[in-house]
Design a protein around this ligand. Structure first.
Ligand SMILES: Cc1cc2nc3c(=O)[nH]c(=O)nc-3n(C[C@H](O)[C@H](O)[C@H](O)COP(=O)(O)O)c2cc1C
Length: 333
């Protein structure tokens, strides 16, 4: 096996029946998180573990108000909760009173609650490829909506044959971002151009996950500006949107860190349920990251007073290569 394959196998190895905290947290880190920055650290506190926001891993250009930062913490809190419950180790999530505070996940003996969402943790991925164009039966859509509803998050389904306006918002958001030099520089910083670089950092966006060929880091950085063109990206997103069964727009009840964490938890459960049902998904968040597109999107889905948190496309496709994580950043006093 290559070092990249070894790292993936180690990261995604099955969770032991009676896991210690490091194994439990390894599993939790398989959660989705923006730019794969992994903005978390963990502090065991006797009753469980605190998930502490790691403010050194923010992405201020794409995420100026920390929406994705908090949503990513919601994703990992929910994943840890599902893993702990499956292994009879509690898993209740308590949010800190103010935004900078940790999220606590209780780890205490309880009933074992295994299930399809737990089984899906190592299989879930953001699949950034073309899908096969098949639709989703209404009962599948309902199952996905129900997962988000657990956190008062509306999952508004836009089927492929009604998503023309949504596609335009994704494209216009993407075009605005690509014309923003600071956005492009930040994105480039988080791209990992080859397996060696991905293994060395254990974070970031490995090009291979999106089907891009590997290149030496220096060459990748150089070519990025040429290959990452508005025209090529527009073509890609049009194709990818058209190949999907449809999109969900997720909208939390509250527009503050508590609501953003809820949106992250809702996404994580929805994505795990989708995975369990044999579906793939990928974010197309350009429409919520660019403020003007976001306002238009809120109108488009008939919720003009709310902040749409995410747009994700859903469908069927083969799995792409999986992404890596850093070793568990466990703080021990
Ligand atoms: C809040 C949030 C925002 C994200 N936004 C995007 C996005 O706009 N485009 C995208 O391709 N992936 C997006 N992602 C997916 C992450 O890049 C992905 O979760 C991370 O690279 C790890 O890969 P994995 O989910 O396949 O394990 C987002 C994830 C989260 C949690």
């Amino acid at each position: 096996m290559t070092p990249h394959e070894t790292a993936l196998a180690r990261l995604r190895a099955p969770l032991p029946d009676d896991p210690g905290i490091e194994d439990l947290l390894r599993y939790a880190t398989l959660a989705a998180n923006a730019h794969n920055t992994q903005p978390w650290r963990f502090a065991p506190n006797g009753q469980g573990v605190e998930i502490r926001p790691d403010t050194t891993r923010k992405t201020p250009v794409v995420d100026p108000d920390d929406h994705h930062f908090y949503a990513s913490l919601g994703c990992i809190a929910e994943t840890l909760s599902i893993a702990a419950r499956a292994r009879g180790q509690g898993g209740e999530v308590t949010l800190g009173a103010s935004p900078g505070n940790p999220i606590e996940v209780a780890l205490d003996p309880g009933p074992r609650e295994p299930g399809a969402l737990f089984d899906a943790i190592p299989q879930r991925q953001c699949t950034r490829s073309d899908y096969d164009g098949t639709g989703l039966a209404p009962d599948l859509i309902d199952q996905l909506i129900a997962e988000a509803a657990m956190f008062d998050v509306a999952a508004v389904w836009v089927p492929a044959d009604e998503q023309a306006d949504l596609t335009e918002l994704v494209i216009s958001g993407n075009t605005a971002q690509m014309r923003d030099l600071a956005f492009v520089a930040e994105l480039k910083d988080w791209i990992r151009f080859n397996p060696q670089q991905a293994v060395a950092t254990g974070d970031g966006l490995f090009g291979g996950c999106a089907g891009n060929p590997a290149a030496p880091t220096w060459l990748g950085k150089l070519l990025f500006g040429y290959l990452f063109s508005v025209e090529a990206e527009t073509r890609k997103y049009r194709r990818q949107m058209a190949s999907s069964a449809g999109c969900f727009v997720l909208v939390a009840e509250r527009n503050d860190p508590t609501g953003w964490i809820a949106a992250g938890r809702a996404y994580q459960r929805l994505a795990l349920r989708a995975t369990a049902l044999g579906l793939k998904n990928a974010f197309v968040n350009q429409a919520v990251e660019h403020p003007e597109s976001r306002a238009e999107l809120a109108n488009l889905i008939g919720l003009p007073d709310k902040r749409p948190n995410f747009v994700l496309r859903v469908g069927r496709a083969r799995a792409m290569p999986y992404s890596l994580r850093r070793p568990v950043p466990l703080l021990v006093d």
